[in-house]
Design a protein around this ligand. Structure first.
Ligand code: HGY
Ligand code: MN
Ligand code: MN
Length: 415
Protein backbone atom coordinates (compact mmCIF):
# COMPACT_ATOMS: atom_id res chain seq x y z
CA UNK A 1 0.00 0.00 0.00
CA UNK A 2 1.00 3.68 -0.19
CA UNK A 3 3.66 5.03 2.14
CA UNK A 4 2.99 8.09 4.30
CA UNK A 5 5.83 10.07 2.78
CA UNK A 6 8.41 9.78 0.05
CA UNK A 7 12.00 8.63 -0.11
CA UNK A 8 13.33 12.13 -0.82
CA UNK A 9 11.19 13.84 1.81
CA UNK A 10 9.31 15.92 -0.77
CA UNK A 11 5.63 15.22 -0.24
CA UNK A 12 2.28 16.91 -0.72
CA UNK A 13 0.09 18.05 2.15
CA UNK A 14 -2.53 15.30 2.26
CA UNK A 15 -4.58 17.06 4.95
CA UNK A 16 -4.86 20.30 2.91
CA UNK A 17 -5.85 18.25 -0.12
CA UNK A 18 -8.45 16.35 1.92
CA UNK A 19 -10.01 19.57 3.22
CA UNK A 20 -10.24 20.88 -0.33
CA UNK A 21 -11.60 17.59 -1.66
CA UNK A 22 -14.33 17.44 0.99
CA UNK A 23 -15.29 21.11 0.54
CA UNK A 24 -15.36 20.72 -3.24
CA UNK A 25 -17.59 17.66 -3.08
CA UNK A 26 -20.15 19.41 -0.93
CA UNK A 27 -21.08 21.09 -4.21
CA UNK A 28 -23.78 19.00 -5.88
CA UNK A 29 -23.54 16.37 -3.15
CA UNK A 30 -26.21 13.66 -3.31
CA UNK A 31 -27.73 12.09 -0.21
CA UNK A 32 -26.12 8.74 -1.10
CA UNK A 33 -22.57 10.09 -0.88
CA UNK A 34 -21.97 10.95 -4.51
CA UNK A 35 -22.13 14.11 -6.60
CA UNK A 36 -24.43 15.38 -9.32
CA UNK A 37 -22.53 18.06 -11.28
CA UNK A 38 -23.20 17.32 -14.98
CA UNK A 39 -21.47 19.61 -17.46
CA UNK A 40 -22.62 23.27 -17.39
CA UNK A 41 -25.28 22.58 -14.75
CA UNK A 42 -25.68 25.04 -11.87
CA UNK A 43 -23.73 22.67 -9.62
CA UNK A 44 -20.96 22.44 -12.21
CA UNK A 45 -20.90 26.24 -12.36
CA UNK A 46 -20.49 26.45 -8.58
CA UNK A 47 -17.70 23.88 -8.72
CA UNK A 48 -15.98 25.92 -11.42
CA UNK A 49 -16.32 29.08 -9.33
CA UNK A 50 -14.78 27.31 -6.34
CA UNK A 51 -11.87 26.03 -8.45
CA UNK A 52 -11.20 29.47 -10.00
CA UNK A 53 -11.20 30.99 -6.51
CA UNK A 54 -8.62 28.42 -5.30
CA UNK A 55 -6.46 28.81 -8.42
CA UNK A 56 -6.39 32.56 -7.90
CA UNK A 57 -5.64 32.19 -4.18
CA UNK A 58 -2.68 30.00 -5.17
CA UNK A 59 -1.38 32.93 -7.22
CA UNK A 60 -1.91 31.26 -10.58
CA UNK A 61 -2.63 33.18 -13.75
CA UNK A 62 -6.18 32.04 -14.50
CA UNK A 63 -7.76 32.03 -17.96
CA UNK A 64 -10.91 30.50 -19.39
CA UNK A 65 -11.24 29.65 -23.07
CA UNK A 66 -14.28 29.68 -25.37
CA UNK A 67 -15.09 26.08 -24.47
CA UNK A 68 -15.07 26.89 -20.77
CA UNK A 69 -11.82 25.01 -20.15
CA UNK A 70 -10.28 26.54 -16.99
CA UNK A 71 -6.49 27.01 -16.84
CA UNK A 72 -4.24 28.23 -13.98
CA UNK A 73 -0.58 28.82 -14.81
CA UNK A 74 2.42 28.89 -12.43
CA UNK A 75 5.31 30.75 -14.06
CA UNK A 76 8.63 29.02 -14.67
CA UNK A 77 12.06 30.66 -14.62
CA UNK A 78 11.81 30.58 -18.41
CA UNK A 79 8.86 31.13 -20.70
CA UNK A 80 9.22 27.60 -22.05
CA UNK A 81 6.51 25.18 -23.16
CA UNK A 82 4.59 24.31 -19.98
CA UNK A 83 3.89 21.04 -18.24
CA UNK A 84 0.10 20.74 -18.26
CA UNK A 85 -1.61 18.84 -15.40
CA UNK A 86 -5.31 18.27 -14.94
CA UNK A 87 -8.52 16.40 -15.52
CA UNK A 88 -12.21 17.42 -15.20
CA UNK A 89 -14.75 18.57 -12.61
CA UNK A 90 -17.97 17.70 -14.43
CA UNK A 91 -19.53 14.48 -13.14
CA UNK A 92 -21.91 11.73 -14.09
CA UNK A 93 -25.53 12.11 -12.98
CA UNK A 94 -25.22 10.80 -9.42
CA UNK A 95 -21.59 9.91 -9.98
CA UNK A 96 -18.57 9.51 -7.75
CA UNK A 97 -16.60 12.12 -5.78
CA UNK A 98 -13.19 11.00 -7.09
CA UNK A 99 -13.65 10.81 -10.91
CA UNK A 100 -11.82 13.81 -12.38
CA UNK A 101 -11.64 15.76 -9.12
CA UNK A 102 -8.60 13.83 -7.88
CA UNK A 103 -6.70 14.93 -11.00
CA UNK A 104 -7.64 18.62 -10.83
CA UNK A 105 -7.25 19.15 -7.07
CA UNK A 106 -4.16 16.91 -7.11
CA UNK A 107 -2.61 19.19 -9.73
CA UNK A 108 -3.38 22.25 -7.60
CA UNK A 109 -1.83 20.51 -4.58
CA UNK A 110 1.35 19.85 -6.60
CA UNK A 111 1.65 23.54 -7.42
CA UNK A 112 1.02 24.59 -3.81
CA UNK A 113 3.60 22.10 -2.52
CA UNK A 114 6.22 23.50 -4.91
CA UNK A 115 5.37 26.97 -3.61
CA UNK A 116 5.59 25.80 0.02
CA UNK A 117 9.02 24.31 -0.70
CA UNK A 118 10.16 27.38 -2.62
CA UNK A 119 10.95 25.23 -5.63
CA UNK A 120 11.17 27.12 -8.92
CA UNK A 121 11.02 25.11 -12.15
CA UNK A 122 12.42 26.05 -15.55
CA UNK A 123 9.10 25.35 -17.24
CA UNK A 124 5.75 26.86 -16.29
CA UNK A 125 3.28 24.39 -14.79
CA UNK A 126 -0.36 24.76 -15.76
CA UNK A 127 -3.43 23.25 -14.09
CA UNK A 128 -6.46 22.56 -16.30
CA UNK A 129 -10.07 21.49 -15.76
CA UNK A 130 -11.53 20.38 -19.11
CA UNK A 131 -15.18 21.00 -19.97
CA UNK A 132 -17.60 18.11 -20.52
CA UNK A 133 -15.24 15.19 -20.09
CA UNK A 134 -18.07 12.84 -19.09
CA UNK A 135 -20.29 13.31 -22.12
CA UNK A 136 -23.47 12.32 -20.27
CA UNK A 137 -25.42 15.54 -20.72
CA UNK A 138 -23.78 16.58 -24.00
CA UNK A 139 -22.34 13.94 -26.32
CA UNK A 140 -19.66 13.24 -27.25
CA UNK A 141 -17.45 13.16 -24.19
CA UNK A 142 -14.06 14.86 -23.83
CA UNK A 143 -15.53 17.79 -25.74
CA UNK A 144 -13.43 20.55 -24.15
CA UNK A 145 -10.14 18.76 -24.68
CA UNK A 146 -11.37 17.61 -28.09
CA UNK A 147 -11.81 21.18 -29.34
CA UNK A 148 -8.53 22.23 -27.70
CA UNK A 149 -6.63 19.49 -29.55
CA UNK A 150 -8.41 20.08 -32.85
CA UNK A 151 -10.52 16.90 -32.83
CA UNK A 152 -13.76 18.90 -32.99
CA UNK A 153 -14.39 22.42 -34.25
CA UNK A 154 -15.81 25.04 -31.94
CA UNK A 155 -19.16 25.50 -33.70
CA UNK A 156 -19.81 21.75 -33.68
CA UNK A 157 -19.18 21.69 -29.95
CA UNK A 158 -21.24 24.78 -29.16
CA UNK A 159 -24.14 23.36 -31.19
CA UNK A 160 -24.34 20.08 -29.23
CA UNK A 161 -27.63 19.86 -27.38
CA UNK A 162 -28.77 17.96 -24.32
CA UNK A 163 -31.98 15.91 -24.21
CA UNK A 164 -34.03 19.01 -23.43
CA UNK A 165 -32.58 20.77 -26.50
CA UNK A 166 -30.37 23.23 -24.67
CA UNK A 167 -27.21 24.15 -26.62
CA UNK A 168 -23.76 23.74 -25.13
CA UNK A 169 -22.79 27.27 -26.21
CA UNK A 170 -25.92 28.79 -24.65
CA UNK A 171 -25.32 26.92 -21.40
CA UNK A 172 -21.74 28.20 -21.33
CA UNK A 173 -23.13 31.74 -21.64
CA UNK A 174 -25.79 31.07 -18.99
CA UNK A 175 -23.22 30.02 -16.38
CA UNK A 176 -20.73 32.68 -17.44
CA UNK A 177 -18.00 30.32 -18.61
CA UNK A 178 -17.71 31.08 -22.31
CA UNK A 179 -14.27 32.59 -21.93
CA UNK A 180 -12.77 34.90 -24.51
CA UNK A 181 -9.54 32.95 -24.81
CA UNK A 182 -9.30 30.88 -28.00
CA UNK A 183 -9.73 27.16 -27.44
CA UNK A 184 -6.56 26.29 -29.31
CA UNK A 185 -3.69 24.07 -28.17
CA UNK A 186 -0.61 25.73 -26.77
CA UNK A 187 2.85 24.39 -27.42
CA UNK A 188 2.99 21.91 -24.51
CA UNK A 189 6.03 20.13 -23.11
CA UNK A 190 3.79 17.31 -21.86
CA UNK A 191 0.44 16.51 -20.27
CA UNK A 192 0.11 14.41 -17.10
CA UNK A 193 -3.25 13.29 -15.68
CA UNK A 194 -3.90 11.66 -12.33
CA UNK A 195 -7.17 9.71 -12.23
CA UNK A 196 -8.91 6.93 -10.34
CA UNK A 197 -8.63 3.64 -12.23
CA UNK A 198 -12.40 3.01 -12.33
CA UNK A 199 -11.77 -0.72 -12.79
CA UNK A 200 -10.67 -3.65 -10.59
CA UNK A 201 -7.05 -4.15 -11.77
CA UNK A 202 -5.18 -2.33 -8.94
CA UNK A 203 -7.63 -3.21 -6.16
CA UNK A 204 -7.50 -6.93 -6.99
CA UNK A 205 -3.69 -6.86 -6.76
CA UNK A 206 -3.62 -4.57 -3.69
CA UNK A 207 -1.42 -2.12 -5.59
CA UNK A 208 -1.37 1.63 -5.02
CA UNK A 209 -0.41 3.17 -8.36
CA UNK A 210 -1.04 2.31 -12.01
CA UNK A 211 1.53 3.58 -14.52
CA UNK A 212 -0.78 3.87 -17.50
CA UNK A 213 0.72 2.81 -20.83
CA UNK A 214 -2.34 3.49 -22.96
CA UNK A 215 -6.11 3.82 -23.26
CA UNK A 216 -8.74 1.63 -24.96
CA UNK A 217 -10.22 2.78 -28.20
CA UNK A 218 -13.96 3.28 -28.16
CA UNK A 219 -16.97 3.98 -30.29
CA UNK A 220 -20.25 5.65 -29.27
CA UNK A 221 -23.35 5.03 -31.41
CA UNK A 222 -26.81 6.58 -31.31
CA UNK A 223 -29.48 4.19 -32.63
CA UNK A 224 -33.24 4.42 -33.18
CA UNK A 225 -36.07 2.05 -34.02
CA UNK A 226 -39.38 3.42 -35.28
CA UNK A 227 -42.32 1.00 -35.00
CA UNK A 228 -46.04 1.65 -34.62
CA UNK A 229 -47.78 2.78 -31.45
CA UNK A 230 -50.99 0.85 -30.87
CA UNK A 231 -53.28 -0.31 -28.11
CA UNK A 232 -51.68 -3.00 -25.91
CA UNK A 233 -55.03 -4.78 -25.57
CA UNK A 234 -56.86 -5.31 -28.84
CA UNK A 235 -53.78 -5.44 -31.11
CA UNK A 236 -53.07 -9.11 -31.97
CA UNK A 237 -49.44 -10.20 -31.46
CA UNK A 238 -48.94 -10.83 -35.19
CA UNK A 239 -49.89 -7.26 -36.06
CA UNK A 240 -47.41 -5.39 -33.95
CA UNK A 241 -44.30 -3.37 -34.84
CA UNK A 242 -42.77 -3.01 -31.45
CA UNK A 243 -39.66 -0.77 -31.36
CA UNK A 244 -38.72 -1.99 -27.88
CA UNK A 245 -38.72 -5.68 -28.89
CA UNK A 246 -36.27 -4.82 -31.68
CA UNK A 247 -34.15 -2.91 -29.20
CA UNK A 248 -34.16 -5.81 -26.77
CA UNK A 249 -32.82 -8.09 -29.52
CA UNK A 250 -29.92 -5.68 -30.10
CA UNK A 251 -29.16 -5.37 -26.39
CA UNK A 252 -28.85 -9.15 -26.03
CA UNK A 253 -26.89 -9.43 -29.29
CA UNK A 254 -24.47 -6.76 -28.04
CA UNK A 255 -23.94 -8.64 -24.80
CA UNK A 256 -23.40 -11.94 -26.69
CA UNK A 257 -21.00 -10.66 -29.36
CA UNK A 258 -18.85 -8.57 -27.02
CA UNK A 259 -18.72 -11.31 -24.37
CA UNK A 260 -17.49 -13.79 -27.00
CA UNK A 261 -15.33 -11.29 -28.93
CA UNK A 262 -11.82 -10.10 -28.06
CA UNK A 263 -10.55 -10.69 -24.50
CA UNK A 264 -10.90 -7.07 -23.44
CA UNK A 265 -13.86 -6.20 -25.72
CA UNK A 266 -16.77 -4.58 -23.86
CA UNK A 267 -20.15 -3.34 -25.04
CA UNK A 268 -22.85 -1.41 -23.21
CA UNK A 269 -26.33 -0.12 -23.97
CA UNK A 270 -26.47 2.55 -21.29
CA UNK A 271 -29.29 4.87 -22.31
CA UNK A 272 -32.74 3.86 -23.62
CA UNK A 273 -35.54 6.35 -24.28
CA UNK A 274 -38.90 4.74 -25.07
CA UNK A 275 -41.81 6.68 -26.56
CA UNK A 276 -44.59 7.06 -25.66
CA UNK A 277 -43.38 5.00 -22.66
CA UNK A 278 -46.88 4.13 -21.47
CA UNK A 279 -47.98 0.91 -19.83
CA UNK A 280 -50.77 0.18 -22.31
CA UNK A 281 -49.19 1.42 -25.58
CA UNK A 282 -46.97 -0.62 -27.88
CA UNK A 283 -43.66 1.31 -28.02
CA UNK A 284 -43.49 3.43 -31.15
CA UNK A 285 -39.89 4.69 -31.02
CA UNK A 286 -36.83 3.78 -29.02
CA UNK A 287 -33.62 5.81 -29.04
CA UNK A 288 -30.68 4.04 -27.46
CA UNK A 289 -26.91 4.28 -27.21
CA UNK A 290 -24.03 1.85 -27.66
CA UNK A 291 -20.58 2.11 -26.12
CA UNK A 292 -18.02 -0.39 -27.50
CA UNK A 293 -14.39 -0.53 -26.33
CA UNK A 294 -11.15 -2.49 -26.60
CA UNK A 295 -7.41 -1.86 -26.63
CA UNK A 296 -7.52 -3.50 -30.07
CA UNK A 297 -8.93 -1.06 -32.63
CA UNK A 298 -9.77 -3.87 -35.06
CA UNK A 299 -11.90 -5.54 -32.37
CA UNK A 300 -13.86 -2.30 -31.90
CA UNK A 301 -14.32 -1.90 -35.66
CA UNK A 302 -15.56 -5.47 -36.06
CA UNK A 303 -17.91 -5.25 -33.08
CA UNK A 304 -19.39 -1.98 -34.36
CA UNK A 305 -19.96 -3.51 -37.80
CA UNK A 306 -21.67 -6.56 -36.29
CA UNK A 307 -23.86 -4.48 -33.99
CA UNK A 308 -24.93 -2.32 -36.94
CA UNK A 309 -25.91 -5.53 -38.80
CA UNK A 310 -27.82 -6.70 -35.73
CA UNK A 311 -29.73 -3.40 -35.71
CA UNK A 312 -30.62 -3.81 -39.39
CA UNK A 313 -31.66 -7.43 -38.90
CA UNK A 314 -33.77 -6.71 -35.81
CA UNK A 315 -35.48 -3.83 -37.64
CA UNK A 316 -36.24 -5.97 -40.70
CA UNK A 317 -37.64 -8.79 -38.62
CA UNK A 318 -39.89 -6.51 -36.60
CA UNK A 319 -40.79 -4.37 -39.61
CA UNK A 320 -39.46 -1.30 -37.81
CA UNK A 321 -37.46 1.47 -39.45
CA UNK A 322 -33.99 1.74 -38.03
CA UNK A 323 -31.17 4.30 -37.96
CA UNK A 324 -27.72 4.23 -36.40
CA UNK A 325 -25.04 6.92 -36.29
CA UNK A 326 -21.52 6.75 -34.87
CA UNK A 327 -21.18 9.97 -32.85
CA UNK A 328 -17.66 9.36 -31.63
CA UNK A 329 -14.72 7.11 -32.41
CA UNK A 330 -11.47 7.31 -30.47
CA UNK A 331 -8.62 5.03 -31.42
CA UNK A 332 -6.74 3.14 -28.75
CA UNK A 333 -3.60 5.06 -27.98
CA UNK A 334 -0.31 4.32 -26.26
CA UNK A 335 1.27 7.03 -24.14
CA UNK A 336 4.71 8.56 -24.58
CA UNK A 337 7.48 6.18 -23.44
CA UNK A 338 9.37 8.92 -21.66
CA UNK A 339 6.29 10.13 -19.76
CA UNK A 340 5.53 6.54 -18.76
CA UNK A 341 9.12 6.02 -17.60
CA UNK A 342 9.11 9.34 -15.71
CA UNK A 343 5.92 8.34 -13.88
CA UNK A 344 7.39 4.92 -13.09
CA UNK A 345 10.57 6.53 -11.69
CA UNK A 346 8.44 8.94 -9.65
CA UNK A 347 6.56 5.99 -8.16
CA UNK A 348 9.92 4.47 -7.19
CA UNK A 349 10.97 7.75 -5.54
CA UNK A 350 7.70 7.94 -3.64
CA UNK A 351 8.06 4.32 -2.65
CA UNK A 352 4.61 3.14 -3.66
CA UNK A 353 3.97 -0.26 -5.18
CA UNK A 354 3.04 0.23 -8.82
CA UNK A 355 2.37 -1.61 -12.04
CA UNK A 356 2.08 -0.75 -15.72
CA UNK A 357 -1.43 -1.09 -17.07
CA UNK A 358 -3.98 0.09 -19.65
CA UNK A 359 -7.08 2.23 -19.14
CA UNK A 360 -10.55 0.95 -20.09
CA UNK A 361 -12.03 4.36 -19.37
CA UNK A 362 -11.62 7.24 -21.79
CA UNK A 363 -9.86 10.39 -20.62
CA UNK A 364 -8.92 13.82 -21.89
CA UNK A 365 -5.44 12.32 -22.07
CA UNK A 366 -6.64 10.37 -25.13
CA UNK A 367 -6.77 13.62 -27.09
CA UNK A 368 -3.81 15.37 -25.47
CA UNK A 369 -1.79 12.31 -26.49
CA UNK A 370 -2.39 13.29 -30.12
CA UNK A 371 -0.62 16.65 -29.71
CA UNK A 372 2.03 16.24 -27.01
CA UNK A 373 3.85 13.61 -24.90
CA UNK A 374 1.23 12.36 -22.43
CA UNK A 375 1.10 10.08 -19.41
CA UNK A 376 -1.44 9.03 -16.77
CA UNK A 377 -1.23 7.92 -13.17
CA UNK A 378 -3.97 5.72 -11.69
CA UNK A 379 -4.94 5.19 -8.08
CA UNK A 380 -7.15 2.25 -7.09
CA UNK A 381 -10.95 2.25 -7.13
CA UNK A 382 -12.30 0.23 -4.22
CA UNK A 383 -13.94 -2.87 -5.68
CA UNK A 384 -13.22 -1.46 -9.14
CA UNK A 385 -16.42 0.58 -8.87
CA UNK A 386 -16.92 3.94 -10.60
CA UNK A 387 -19.56 6.12 -12.27
CA UNK A 388 -21.71 5.47 -9.20
CA UNK A 389 -22.10 7.23 -5.85
CA UNK A 390 -20.27 4.30 -4.22
CA UNK A 391 -17.01 5.21 -5.98
CA UNK A 392 -14.22 5.22 -3.38
CA UNK A 393 -10.42 5.41 -3.10
CA UNK A 394 -8.47 5.12 0.17
CA UNK A 395 -7.10 8.55 1.04
CA UNK A 396 -3.58 7.23 1.52
CA UNK A 397 -3.75 6.01 -2.08
CA UNK A 398 -4.99 9.40 -3.31
CA UNK A 399 -2.07 11.09 -1.52
CA UNK A 400 0.37 8.49 -2.89
CA UNK A 401 -0.88 9.21 -6.40
CA UNK A 402 -0.51 12.97 -5.94
CA UNK A 403 3.03 12.45 -4.59
CA UNK A 404 3.81 10.54 -7.79
CA UNK A 405 2.29 13.38 -9.84
CA UNK A 406 4.44 15.86 -7.87
CA UNK A 407 7.68 14.00 -8.61
CA UNK A 408 6.84 13.31 -12.24
CA UNK A 409 5.90 16.97 -12.72
CA UNK A 410 9.14 18.13 -11.12
CA UNK A 411 11.16 15.90 -13.45
CA UNK A 412 9.36 17.15 -16.55
CA UNK A 413 9.30 20.82 -15.50
CA UNK A 414 13.07 20.78 -14.99
CA UNK A 415 13.77 19.39 -18.49
O1 HGY B 1 -16.64 7.27 -20.96
C1 HGY B 1 -15.58 7.40 -20.36
O2 HGY B 1 -14.76 6.51 -20.32
C2 HGY B 1 -15.28 8.68 -19.63
O3 HGY B 1 -15.79 8.58 -18.33
N1 HGY B 1 -15.84 9.82 -20.31
MN1 MN C 1 -13.04 10.89 -15.54
MN1 MN D 1 -16.06 9.43 -15.84
Amino acid sequence: MATDGTRDGLAVDGDRLRRRFDAFNEIGATDRGGVNRPALSDANARARDRLVEWLREAGLDVRIDEMGNVFGRRAGSEDAAPVLLGSHVDSQYNGGRFDGVVGVLGALEVVETLDDEGIETRRPIEVVAWSNEEGVRFQPDMLGSGVYTGRFDLDYAHDRTDKSGRRFGDELDRIGYRGDGPCVADDLHCYLELHVEQGPYLAERDLSVGVVEGVYGFSWLNARFTGAADHAGPTPMDRRTDALVATAEVILATRRLTATGGDDLVGTVGSVDVSPNAINVIPETVEFTLDVRSYDNAAVDEAVDRIEREIEWAGEREGADWAVEEIMRVDASTFDDDCVATIEAAAETVGVDHVRMVSGAGHDANYLNEICPTGMIFVPSEGGVSHTEAEYTEWTDVVGGVDVLLHATLSKARE
